[in-house]
Design a protein around this ligand. Structure first.
Ligand SMILES: [Zn+2]
Length: 189
């Protein structure tokens, strides 16, 4: 989908339809536009030892202090640290509490000046966020927005690094499974 066309389409939507779209955007997977609300499930999984490392997908990690107000975790396998936001466009943002309002104003096509005033953020922040949001939207475009219908689950290839492969052909790192959806090759998170 062409981003320009999408933006043109936005202006023809009613306010109710825009709110509907905003809700859908919030449901997108963690790799795309996500508002804090949809982070709840990721946070829940991580806090209940049901998540996995954002870098190597290892299931064992420990709580490891606080990073910019977010719980940080440290992987027991690769030793790297991560938060629920790692890998999303929100990683490293200071004012995550304002993201919902920002997205709402952006969908109303408010100018950066308007948004800056409404949220009491500086213009550079308003500009940077817009850039990050649009960039993560165009990443989605590559998948033809299938993310909207398949947003409930994000699949990670089951990491079997260090174990010898006996029940299937070896797969190169980062390869994709031939089977779509839930299969033995993938774990839903
Ligand atoms: Zn790791």
């Amino acid at each position: 989908m062409d981003l320009l066309k999408m933006k043109q389409g936005l202006s023809s939507l009613s306010e109710a339809e825009r709110l509907e779209l905003l809700k859908e955007l919030e449901q997108l997977s963690v790799h795309s536009v996500t508002a804090p609300k949809s982070q709840d499930s990721r946070r829940f999984l991580l806090d209940n030892k049901l998540g996995c490392c954002a870098h190597c997908s290892h299931p064992k990690y420990v709580k490891f202090g606080i990073d910019k107000g977010s719980q940080r975790y440290k992987c027991k396998s690769c030793n790297r640290s991560f938060t629920e936001y790692t890998g999303t466009w929100m990683a490293g943002l200071q004012r995550k509490d304002k993201i919902d309002d920002y997205l709402a104003l952006m969908l109303q096509e408010k100018s950066l000046d308007n948004i800056k005033e409404a949220l009491s953020i500086n213009k550079k922040t308003a500009f940077d966020w817009r850039h990050k949001i649009l960039a993560s939207l165009s990443e989605n475009d590559k998948d033809d927005f299938t993310g909207i219908t398949e947003s409930d689950e994000t699949f990670f290839l089951n990491s079997e690094k260090g174990r010898s492969v006996t029940h299937r052909e070896p797969r190169k790192r980062g390869g994709s499974s031939k089977t779509r959806g839930i299969s033995n090759d993938q774990v839903a998170v």
